[in-house]
Structure formats: structure tokens, C-alpha cells
Design a protein around this ligand. Structure first.
Ligand code: SAH
Length: 468
């Protein structure tokens, strides 16, 4: 190692920054985060530092650098754009045995400042020792996406229970085992998903009953978005990569499925129209069963689990059975598909509201299939209507919208497999849409968008799906 990584406590310590510009501002911000008593020495200050000085957050000494300013400093940072001054600061600090950092001049430094991932109290510092700062920064970005934002809260939770764990487990070995199991069980996920009191309770119970050995299953109900894997949330991706088993729908794209942990068992409960592979009630029970076997179960759904996703029914069953779970929203088809089709769902001039509805048939025995919707609500002026699951009933839907008052010339679009390389968009009006869609042989999943905003696609289309 070329340098020794250390973390320095500088709370209330005098830390001197030479320079008053943007670079100095960034260094000052970092020092303030660690609660230092910051003093800035410079003939002039940029606006941001001036504001801090005025507020009394930093001490400002208006002067050029002199070595006599350094005694008593815990660390010194030189952040001027004058090489001579920077060298003088470095020389003076070294002569006085004060740790010094000169921005962008590793040769003049006795310490450097790493890239950090801040999950206080947990902090990760990354340094390339000046060899490739950009690489260190990229590594940092990677870690940022992998480590939940509330990781620090987990550390504080553990701190709050340290004494209780010490009291319960006499030797360090059994304490270590307890913590290892705890951090690999469901408690962290409870914290990360904002269920802090449940996490506390679970930890208290685990200590009390010493049952960290017990099998703890949990369910992650995750929205996989409309298809493009780049539209997943950080949390979705993290949970996808830590599950033991993945229960997924037909709607989840192949590219998204590629990101599920390789070793996870995959269970397809996908629903093709009219051939439910597994009835909903059985899916609900399957989730409970898998979790009770101690597995981390990823329930992966297309789009958002709470929009035409029956996510509510699934978590209801989990709740009834005392299975811990969390729900991760996904980008719903309406959001993702309209965006990639260049059709804003609202627009100052054309639509002040937007309504999502299903166009699914309600099958009635002995009667022809009819789409029963609240038609008067769908034909209100200045509104965009987004219809999920409407491909089969498209002709009927268009006819009903017209007969309930929408003009036959109202712009309307059907988007097939939006956000994916297979996206196709058919734009027409209500009177011609159905026949155009038949002609184009669109395949599900398809989303219907009706409203004046559809016209905007002429100008705003931006996404070019690859044709192969
Ligand atoms: N929970 C999902 C919707 C499930 S219902 C979500 O929030 O998106 C299934 C319907 O969603 C499909 O029939 C289709 O209308 C729509 N849909 C989902 N993904 C789509 C996509 N990539 N392109 C077009 N429509 C899509």
C-alpha cells in the first residue's frame, strides 16, 4: 500500500483551508460534514463561502497565506489556483508537522482525500493513490447503487442493541455469530424498506429467544418495470440479486429476468390471456409456502405491482400469515410506454388530467364478451385515457368512447412492447385505430392511449427501437 487509510476525528478541531474559490468550497463542505471548526484564509471569497462566513458557519480570515497562520491547525488544505502559494502551504505545513493536502497535487500532500460512500456511521473510502481518480469515482458510483441509502440506520440499530446482545451472549464468538446471522436475515431489509419498528421488534425477539438460527423467509414484491432493464430501481436490482427463488409473470421482460441472481430458482406463474398458469389464490399460497421454508422470495411483476398487478391481494395473504415483506414500486406501463413513445400524458394545452383504466373483458356466462367501463368518466374533456389490457377489446372500446361522446377524430395510439427493442406504435384516431392495429399485427402487451396529447408524438418521438 502506498498510503495508510485512516479515519480522522476532526470534530471541533481547527482545520484551515487556504483559498476562497469553488474548489475550496467543496473541501470546506466535506470538513463541515465531519463537524470541524473550519477557518478559510484567502484575500477574497466566492459567494458560497461568503454566505457561510456571514452565517458564522466558518471563520474567515481575509489575508494572503503566511506560514505563521498555521500553528494550532489540525490539518491544512491548500485549494488555490496558484502553484507557488500551494507549494508554500505544503512546505510550511510539513515544516510544522501538520498534515497537508494540496488539491490535485499528490506530490505536495502528506494526506489525500478519498472518494467516499457515506452511509454514516458507515463510511467507505476509495482511493487510487492518484493513479486513476476517475476509476475510483466510477467504483464509488457502483457502490452507491449497491448499498441501500439507509445502511447507516442499520448500523445505529445494531449500536442500540449492542449492550443487550452483550448481556445475552457472554463470549465474543457467540456474539459474532449472532450478528452475522442477524445481518444476513430479514432485519436489514426491514430497515431498508422503512419498517423500523418492525426491525426493532424482530431484533429484540431474536435476542430474547436466541433464535437467530430459525429460518427466516421473506417476500420482496418488486415492480420490474415495462421492459427496459435500465428502468429498474436500485432497490429492485439489489433484491433481484439476493433472492433464493423468483416467482415471475409472463410480463417481465427477458432482459429484466437476466438480472435475477443466477443461482435463484425460477418459477413461472405467468399469465397468458385465458390460460392462467396458476390461479391468483395459488400464487398467494405459493409465496407463503416458499417464505415459510426460509427462502428469500422475489415476487417479480411487470410494471408496478400496485397498478393492475394484484399486488394488494398478494401482500394481504402474506400479512395474514405473518410473512415479512416489502413492496418496491416499478415504472408502470403508462409511465414508461408513453415516455418512450413520445406522448406526454398531460400537457398544459391538451390534458389536465389522466386516467388509467383496464380494458379487460368481464366474461359473463352465455353472453357475448363485453368491456364494461365507466364510459362517462372516460370521455371527459381535456383528459388523457390510458387503457391497460385493451388489445382484444380495442374495437369495442373505440366504438364505446365514440358513442359516449368522444369525437371520432380523437387521436389515439396503441403501443406494443413499449420501452423494448420491439416497441411499435400505431397512431390513428378512434374511428380507424382498431383496423390499423389489426393490419399492423400488433402483439401483446399493448397499451392504448387516447387524447389530444397523442398528436404530440409527431414532434416528440425520440426512442428508436432496434429493428432486429
Ligand atoms: N402492473 C403492470 C400492468 C399489468 S396489466 C404495470 O404497472 O405496467 C398488463 C398490461 O400492462 C398489458 O396488457 C399492457 O396493457 C400493459 N403493459 C405492460 N407492459 C407493457 C409494455 N411494455 N408495452 C405496452 N403495454 C404494456
Amino acid at each position: 500500500m502506498e498510503s495508510l487509510p485512516i479515519f480522522m476525528r476532526i470534530k471541533a478541531a481547527r482545520c484551515v483551508v487556504i483559498g476562497g474559490g469553488d474548489v475550496a468550497t467543496r473541501k470546506v463542505a466535506m470538513l463541515l460534514k465531519a463537524n470541524a471548526a473550519v477557518e478559510v484564509i484567502s484575500p477574497d471569497l466566492c459567494d458560497a463561502l461568503q454566505a457561510l462566513a456571514l452565517a458564522g458557519t466558518i471563520l474567515y480570515t481575509q489575508a494572503s497565506f503566511e506560514p505563521s497562520q498555521l500553528p494550532g491547525a489540525t490539518i491544512v488544505i491548500a485549494a488555490t489556483d496558484d502553484e507557488e502559494v500551494n507549494t508554500a502551504v505544503s512546505d510550511a505545513a510539513k515544516a510544522q508537522n501538520i498534515p497537508v493536502n494540496v488539491v490535485d497535487s499528490p506530490a505536495l500532500c502528506t494526506f489525500t482525500m478519498p472518494s467516499i460512500v457515506d452511509r454514516s456511521p458507515v463510511v467507505i473510502a476509495i482511493s487510487s493513490n492518484g493513479a486513476a481518480p476517475v476509476l475510483a469515482r466510477l467504483m464509488r458510483a457502483k457502490l452507491e447503487t449497491m448499498i441501500p441509502a439507509s445502511y447507516g440506520r442499520l448500523a445505529y440499530l445494531a449500536r442500540d442493541f449492542r449492550d443487550a446482545v452483550k448481556a445475552k451472549f457472554a463470549d465474543t464468538q457467540s456474539r459474532r455469530i449472532f450478528w452475522e446471522k442477524t445481518f444476513q436475515g430479514p432485519i436489514p431489509e426491514l430497515m431498508f424498506s422503512g419498517q423500523e419498528s418492525a426491525a426493532k421488534l424482530a431484533l429484540a425477539n431474536a435476542i430474547e429467544s436466541d433464535d437467530s438460527d430459525a429460518q427466516h423467509g421473506e417476500v420482496y414484491l418488486v415492480g420490474g418495470g415495462p421492459g427496459d432493464p435500465d428502468l429498474l430501481t436500485f432497490r429492485a436490482l439489489r433484491l433481484m440479486q439476493q433472492c433464493d427463488v423468483c416467482v415471475y409473470d409472463k410480463l417481465v421482460s427477458k432482459e429484466v429476468m437476466e438480472l435475477v441472481r443466477r443461482d435463484a430458482e425460477l418459477i413461472n406463474v405467468g399469465k397468458a390471456r385465458d390460460q392462467h398458469t396458476l390461479p391468483q389464490e395459488e400464487i398467494n399460497q405459493l409465496l407463503v409456502k416458499l417464505a415459510k421454508e426460509g427462502k428469500r422470495v422475489l415476487r417479480l411483476k411487470g410494471g408496478d405491482p400496485f397498478i393492475f398487478g394484484r399486488g394488494g391481494e398478494e401482500i394481504e395473504t402474506l400479512m395474514e400469515n405473518g410473512v415479512p415483506f416489502q413492496v418496491v414500486p416499478g415504472i408502470s406501463a403508462a409511465n414508461g410506454v408513453s415516455c418512450y413513445a413520445g406522448i406526454p400524458l398531460t400537457h398544459r394545452d391538451y390534458a389536465q388530467s389522466c386516467i388509467f383504466t383496464t380494458g379487460h373483458f368481464k366474461a359473463k356466462e352465455g353472453q357475448p364478451n363485453v368491456v364494461e367501463l365507466d364510459w362517462p368518466a372516460l370521455v371527459r374533456p381535456n383528459q388523457t385515457v390510458v387503457i391497460y389490457m385493451g388489445l382484444v377489446g380495442l374495437e369495442q372500446i373505440c366504438a364505446q368512447l365514440i358513442s359516449h361522446g368522444l369525437e371520432a377524430g380523437m387521436p389515439a395510439a396503441v403501443v406494443q412492447q413499449g420501452t423494448t427493442p420491439k416497441q411499435r406504435v400505431v397512431v390513428a384516431d378512434l374511428s380507424t385505430l382498431a383496423s390499423k392495429v389489426v393490419e399492423a399485427e400488433l402483439k401483446p402487451p399493448c397499451l392504448i392511449i387516447v387524447g389530444h396529447v397523442v398528436k404530440l408524438r409527431e414532434k416528440l418521438a425520440w426512442f428508436e427501437p432496434s429493428l432486429n
